[in-house]
Design a protein around this ligand. Structure first.
Ligand code: NAD
Length: 511
């Protein structure tokens, strides 16, 4: 999500240097809000049901959260539809919409402590990253799209002299944004930003593991002047709230980020309901391809951080290392040296660089993948075990599996944890073949100083983003999304705007 890795490496002035005790004291005040946010108001689920929101830091409950079901989703969609039809947002002067969205971005920045704490306690990511990456990027994203509000022009098509054909961009109506738990704030804003910019009304469904920052976003948007009903937030489970939202006939677009498996369901829900549009950002299995002439120290840093940042719970985490056999050992030694400097610990400790995994099930799944790699013949070169076992939380060591073969499960499936699978190659053709030997196509990286190799290989790789001698560098200005089973459509950049609009042609014949 960002090249900002080191603890204390604070972006955009969002520095909140505190010790762990201070963060813990702040956690209690104010108490996190777990109700849904619909039509500008906080609401319990209609049937009063709640679920416990468990923190992966220590396995303890943070608070209870409204368990929204179909009735709550129907209320939220109807609030979104009403606000859209009434037009207070859609028809607002573009420069006024820009002003409100900029205020929303500023409100996010001003709320950095609270948002960062919600994100860290829900997801288990280091507090410094929540402050300097998650909250900072979230505010930047809203601000980025705000700026388009009074700068986007529609088109006049070339016609003969007796006609005028306007091609106008119009908002779709009600957008359902269904998001995962690994970067709740950032991914929500990647969707909410362009959807609001273009005048849509939104129902946001955060993941059940990380509902709190999304609810707060709804409140902040409203406080900044986004009219009630334009941004609604329905926490709840995928098969209840998520499914009801995706099947709802009054939803015009599902913009989804999550697993490929649930992405497929979204297409089915659209087909079974109203043929709503579907934009999918799904899983990944990113290759890091290292040639013999690469700067191994730079590559080692990019590779270690590329898999261990956010505990490997990143869709484009560089989880497959494909290295020329002549430099394999030297590179693995350099990766071990970098990894030894990464502090695994309590995410509220400001020096922590690697925190917890999202929940106990997921931790068991990741450890199960490590076991399966060993059973299939791979060797644990680093880590491989559960960590901080007396914390009550869900931590796994930074792990390297060496001697992986392309047919193994650990080479093919998305582990979504801090596990690097290492394979080697002899020539460029084999490197490209191994790198592309995956159903996913979200991202890839190439490490070489030979520009011929760099250009040839980056052109041959089937992925939405290819980094050369870098990893995870990005800004709002570059599109993000995948090829193949990694999805369709793009978040970020001006290209993301199109998916929130319909095109209307207005053809006028002069009398
Ligand atoms: P997930 O697919 O389990 O859940 C994503 C969202 O879908 C959640 O809000 C969940 O509640 C909802 N959902 C689950 N089942 C549903 C159903 N039957 N009907 C409707 N909604 C349902 O994914 P996750 O475990 O939250 O996140 C991890 C996955 O997300 C990984 O595969 C990761 O690669 C992917 N991801 C992709 C990107 C990207 O930009 N390509 C970014 C981040 C994460």
């Amino acid at each position: 999500m960002s090249a900002k890795f080191a603890a204390g490496d604070l972006a955009n002035g969002l520095a909140a240097p505190r010790d762990r005790g201070a963060w813990e004291r702040l956690s209690a005040n104010p108490k996190p809000e777990g109700r849904a946010f619909i039509a500008g108001r906080l609401m319990a689920a209609r049937d009063g049901r709640v679920f416990e929101d468990i923190s992966p830091i220590d396995g303890k409950s943070i608070c209870t959260v409204a368990r929204c079901g179909p009735a709550d989703v129907a209320t939220a969609v109807s609030a979104a539809r009403d606000s859209f039809e009434r037009g207070a947002w859609r028809r607002m002067e573009p420069k006024e919409r820009k002003r409100i969205l900029r205020r929303f971005a500023e409100a996010i920045r001003a709320d950095v402590d609270r948002l960062a704490l919600l994100e860290t306690r829900d997801v288990g990511k280091p507090i410094q990253n929540s402050v300097s990456v998650d909250v900072a990027n979230c505010a930047d994203c809203i601000e980025y799209y705000a700026e388009f509000a009074d700068k986007l022009y529609d088109e006049v098509a070339p016609t003969g002299p007796d006609d005028l054909a306007l091609v106008r961009r119009e908002p779709l109506g009600v957008v359902a944004a269904i998001v995962p738990w690994n970067y709740p704030l950032i991914i929500s804003c990647w969707k909410v930003g362009p959807a609001l910019l273009t005048g849509n009304s939104v129902v946001l469904k955060p993941a059940e593991q990380s509902p709190l920052s999304g609810i707060r976003l709804g409140e902040l948007a409203c406080e900044a002047g986004v009219p009630p009903g334009v941004l609604n937030v329905v926490p709840g489970f995928g098969e209840e709230a998520g499914k009801a939202l995706a099947l709802h006939p009054e939803v015009d677009l599902i913009t989804f980020t999550g697993s490929t498996e649930v992405g497929r369901l979204m297409l089915r829900y659209a087909a079974e309901s109203n043929l709503k549009r579907v934009a999918l950002e799904c899983g990944g299995k990113t290759p890091q391809v290292v040639f013999a002439d690469a700067d191994l120290e730079a590559a080692a840093a990019g590779i270690a951080w590329g898999i261990y940042y956010n505990s490997g719970e990143t869709c484009h985490a560089g989880s497959r290392l494909i290295v020329h056999e002549s430099v394999r050992e030297a590179l693995l030694a350099a990766i071990s040296r970098v990894t030894a400097t990464i502090t695994l610990g309590n995410p509220l400790e400001p020096t922590t660089q690697m925190g917890a995994l999202i929940d106990a099930n997921h931790m068991r799944r990741v450890l199960g993948y490590i076991d399966s790699g060993v059973r299939d013949g791979a060797r644990i070169a680093l880590g491989g075990r559960q960590a901080l076992t007396d914390s009550g939380g869900f931590y796994v060591e930074a792990t390297v599996l060496d001697g992986v073969r392309p047919e193994m499960k650990v080479a093919r499936e998305e582990i979504f944890g801090p596990v690097l699978a290492v394979m080697s190659f002899r020539d460029e053709a084999e490197a490209v073949r191994l790198a592309n030997d995956t159903p996913y196509g979200l991202a890839a990286a190439v490490w070489t100083h030979d520009m011929n190799i760099a250009h040839r290989v980056s052109a041959a790789l089937r992925a939405g983003t290819v980094w050369v001698n870098a990893f995870d560098r990005s800004t709002m200005a570059t599109p993000f999304g995948g090829f193949k089973l990694s999805g369709s459509g793009r978040d970020r950049s001006p290209h993301a705007i199109d998916k929130y609009c319909d095109l209307k042609t207005i053809w006028t014949a002069y009398a």
